[in-house]
Ligand binder design. Sequence first.
Ligand code: APR
Length: 256
Amino acid sequence: MEMYVEASKKIKKIASEVENSFYTTVLTGAGISAESGIPTFRGRDGLWNKYRPEELATPQAFEKDPKLVWGWYTWRMKLVFSKEPNPGHKALAEMEKMDLVKSIITQNVDDLHERAGSRNVIHLHGELKEVICSNRSCDYKVEAKTILDEIEKRLPTCPECGSLLRPGVVWFGESLPTEELSKAFQEAEKSKVILVIGTSAVVQPAASIPLITKRKGGKIIEINPDTTSLTGFADVSVRGGAGEVLTAILEILKRD
Ligand code: APR
């Protein structure tokens, strides 16, 4: 956390921006789940420092070595399913209940926002809890939890068309789900304030979503221990962790 005095001034400012905003949305990234024990992708101990995304998170990788890719995703599924929402997720869910946050646009594939109680969550990159058919013209899908043990024994195939099943997440080089993406754009256009929390803002099109709010005259508020490529566009950017900062903001909002 940056100097306490500086940070607490910014936290007060953020609380008043949220309070006076008729429409606030949120863009979250891996950083908001870091305090739940789920590793981020970039930065100090990021997953992409240890593993190569092109070997694990692309259609070509799955084509080449589905066993390796499924090994990576069953590891991530078991990790995510064993973790709990943290105070950052809970504060956002509380703000939605207070009608101070209208929606959460997330790049995360975990379901911690939902498990914290958030209801209007838009998943831009899919969800780990879903397993889908790799055959694009087949719409078979199943809850990952119901077949997780089976996946460890043999590669899962579609009961309807026989193709391999795959994790229901968006891989590098794949297009984002159109419905979710247009919903996210609409939310950003409507917003007077967009809270950008725990994202390095390097992956498109997610990273450009806050700029839509800005272009429409809205404000960008960033919460991140580090600076990012969005920091320069932010009206307020506080150097701090999501749990601590969002809890402090919620305390002020509850008082007023
Ligand atoms: N609170 C808030 N932010 C944090 C915290 C924390 N406790 N800990 C780390 N961060 C910040 C880091 O400073 C970094 O800016 O979270 C950000 C995480 O960045 P990335 O690991 O790049 O995650 P993200 O931005 O979500 O990645 C976007 O890239 O690999 C793809 O599809 C994947 O959705 C992911 C996308």
